[in-house]
Structure formats: structure tokens, C-alpha cells
Design a protein around this ligand. Structure first.
Ligand SMILES: CC(C)(COP(=O)(O)OP(=O)(O)OC[C@H]1O[C@@H](n2cnc3c(N)ncnc32)[C@H](O)[C@@H]1OP(=O)(O)O)[C@@H](O)C(=O)NCCC(=O)NCCS
Length: 161
């Protein structure tokens, strides 16, 4: 598998409506459901980018900025912002708006580290994302810093029974 192909990428857009079966007793979307939707969007963006099998390795800096309410329309924008050898990072932004109003808000954001795997589940090489703008360069450098932090602290406290 070559690692030399460079691909420009539009953000993937996913739209959903918030129904009562996904909200808590305050009438706002459960954090776990927000994560589920963001992970799906990241998965779709990574799959479209690589055309390979994708698994989520980790997620970082997930911010729930404002609550998302029942009856709101939500739009998720998922953009590949970094590519390594076999992994890629997708930034997901979630916007929420009242279906009958005009009050779009940036409700959540986060970084999803995805890995392309072969049929045996082993990491598999992916293409490079094309960096074209200053904003894209800043996102790339931000993820590089996250990776450096992760690689600098590979040992976590031992799991306890
Ligand atoms: C993710 C997984 C494939 C990594 O396998 P591994 O053999 O440990 O991978 P390696 O250490 O060789 O690293 C492979 C790549 O993954 C990245 N990676 C591994 N663990 C990571 C983590 N926790 N966070 C972010 N990236 C990670 C590495 O940085 C490397 O990236 P690069 O090739 O771009 O430099 C493996 O841990 C796995 O299958 N996990 C379960 C995934 C899963 O079930 N997800 C939920 C459902 S989709």
C-alpha cells in the first residue's frame, strides 16, 4: 500500500433531528449520544477518505459547549485534519439549531483518532491529506502536538481489579 497519494478533502456533513428518545429529563441530548453521533461522523469521513476498514483508537478534547435540545436539528461536520502512516485524525464540529427558529449554535467539537486496518485488524497504510490553508496547517500542527504528548506518556497507571 502506497503512502504517497495526497488527497484534498471536503468536510463530511451529517444531519439529524433530536427526538425525545435520545434526551434526558432536562430535554437535552445525552452526552453519550453526542459522542455516538460524532464518532459516526468521524468514521464516515475516515472511511470516505481512506476507502479502508476503520476503527476508532481514541478521542480527545471533546467539548460540550452548549446543550442540544429536543426538536433541534443538528449538523455534524467531520474533516480529516491529520494523517500519519496508518492513522488519521478527524475533527468533528456539531452545530444545533431550533427547527423553527434561526439560532444556530456551535454545540460540540472534538478530535477522533481513527486507524485503518486490514482484514486481520492490523494497521494499514493510508494516503496523506492535502494541507492547503493556514487553518488546515494550524489543525495539523495541533494534532502533531497531541501525538507528541501521547507518545511522550505511553505508560498509564496500571489497571486495578
Ligand atoms: C487501534 C488499533 C488498531 C491500534 O493497533 P496497534 O497495533 O496498537 O497500533 P500501533 O501501535 O502499531 O499504531 C498504529 C497507529 O495507530 C495509532 N494509535 C494507536 N493507538 C492510538 C491511540 N490510543 N490514540 C491515537 N492513535 C493511536 C498510532 O499512533 C499509529 O499511527 P501512525 O501509523 O499514523 O503513526 C488497536 O488498538 C485496536 O484494534 N483497537 C480497538 C479499536 C476498536 O475496537 N475501536 C472501537 C470500535 S471501532
Amino acid at each position: 500500500m502506497t503512502h504517497s497519494v495526497t488527497i484534498a478533502q471536503e468536510p463530511l456533513c451529517m444531519v439529524e433531528m433530536v427526538f425525545p428518545n435520545t434526551t434526558n429529563h432536562y430535554g437535552t441530548l445525552f452526552g453519550g449520544k453526542v459522542l455516538d453521533l460524532m464518532d459516526r461522523a468521524a468514521f464516515l469521513a475516515a472511511t470516505r477518505f481512506t476507502h479502508q476498514m476503520i476503527v476508532t483508537a481514541s478521542m480527545e478534547h471533546i467539548d460540550f459547549l452548549v446543550p442540544v435540545r429536543t426538536g433541534h436539528l443538528i449538523e455534524l461536520l467531520a474533516q480529516v485534519v491529520y494523517t500519519g502512516t496508518t492513522s488519521l485524525t478527524v475533527k468533528v464540529d456539531l452545530f444545533s439549531e431550533d427547527a423553527f427558529g434561526n439560532n444556530r449554535q456551535h454545540a460540540s467539537q472534538g478530535y477522533f483518532h481513527m486507524v485503518a486496518v486490514d482484514t486481520n485488524g492490523r494497521p494499514s497504510a493510508i494516503p496523506c491529506v492535502k494541507i492547503e490553508t493556514e487553518q488546515q496547517q494550524q489543525e495539523w500542527e495541533y494534532v502533531e502536538r497531541l501525538r507528541a504528548l501521547r507518545k511522550g506518556h505511553p505508560v498509564r497507571p496500571p489497571l486495578t481489579a
